[in-house]
Design a protein around this ligand. Structure first.
Ligand SMILES: [Fe+2]
Ligand SMILES: [Fe+2]
Length: 284
């Protein structure tokens, strides 16, 4: 069976994605690709000729403008950048479980990352299934959890929160996924998502600091790691997805330097950020 190399590489998310895959993952992907082509060929031989026109794309969606979003600011009691832990989506906030004396990353996943863990687990699951490196899988697993304390500039905040405990590549990927998500990279399988037309406005153009960051990252040797976070990110919430932290426990064990004193108590430059996540009800 003849393989179209270009189509195969594109199916894996482009050359950068392929360069980050292990040899084993590449071999598995090739086998899967070949068996899918075989199934398609068999189905085409058996299917009756179809001349019906292709289904039209879903009805065009309407997105707000930046001015319309700006006009909504004074209709809210909180700002859009507030962290999830500090505001209830409806009704009142809930009492939080008491954390262990020496909290570990997995404790934060189960007891504090309540609004972001599902999204991050879906993203990490996608990265794991597509054979990404452990740095990329870990970055996907952690990429948005800092939104529990703050959403503004969450790439930079998130990288800072994890920097003492993870590799430079994973930190880089978390920090810069925020800027890269505004720039398509079709060769690597990333299109500008409609979700951002809805959130930022259809006429949004990234601020100069984001544009400058993108230009720097585009040429950086770790571009691939950061880009793969955007490729494996989810731009629509799948409420039915079954996710679990279980497949990532070993990856965390190998790649996350858990401080023996517990997160928040190791006197690292970011310990206060972990304590803030642990006790968001502290008045001062
Ligand atoms: Fe993000
Ligand atoms: Fe995300």
């Amino acid at each position: 069976m003849e393989i179209d190399r270009r189509v195969f590489i594109a199916s894996l998310g482009g050359t950068t994605a392929v360069s980050l895959m292990s040899d084993e993952a590449k071999a598995d992907a090739l086998e899967e690709f070949m068996s899918a082509r075989l199934n398609e060929a068999a189905a085409a031989q058996n299917a009756p000729a179809q001349n019906a026109p292709a289904q039209s794309a879903a009805a065009a969606q309407q997105f707000p403008s930046m001015a319309e979003l700006e006009a909504q600011i004074e209709t809210r009691s909180t700002r859009r950048g507030v962290g999830n832990l500090f505001v209830a989506r409806s009704g009142n906030v809930k009492r939080l479980d008491k954390m262990p004396a020496k909290p570990r990353l997995v404790d934060f996943f189960t007891m504090r990352f309540n609004n972001t863990s599902n999204h991050c687990l879906q993203s990490a699951t996608k990265a794991l299934r597509s054979g990404m490196s452990e740095d990329v899988v870990l970055a996907c697993l952690l990429h948005d959890v800092v939104q529990e304390i703050i959403k503004v500039d969450h790439g930079w905040w998130g990288a800072q929160l994890f920097e003492p405990y993870i590799s430079e590549k994973a930190t880089f990927a978390i920090r810069y996924h925020q800027a890269l998500r505004f720039y398509a990279d079709t060769a690597n399988g990333y299109e500008y998502p409609d979700l951002y037309r809805r959130i930022f406005g259809h006429d949004y153009r990234p601020e100069p600091y984001i544009e400058a960051t993108y230009q720097m990252v585009r040429k950086h040797k770790m571009y691939g790691e950061a880009r793969m976070v955007t490729v494996n990110d989810l731009y629509a919430f799948d409420a039915n997805a079954q996710v679990s932290l279980e497949p990532f426990v070993d990856i965390i064990g190998r790649n996350f330097k858990q401080p023996k004193e517990g997160l928040g108590y190791d006197n690292s430059p970011v310990a206060h950020m972990w304590r803030t996540i642990e006790r968001p009800d502290a008045p001062l």
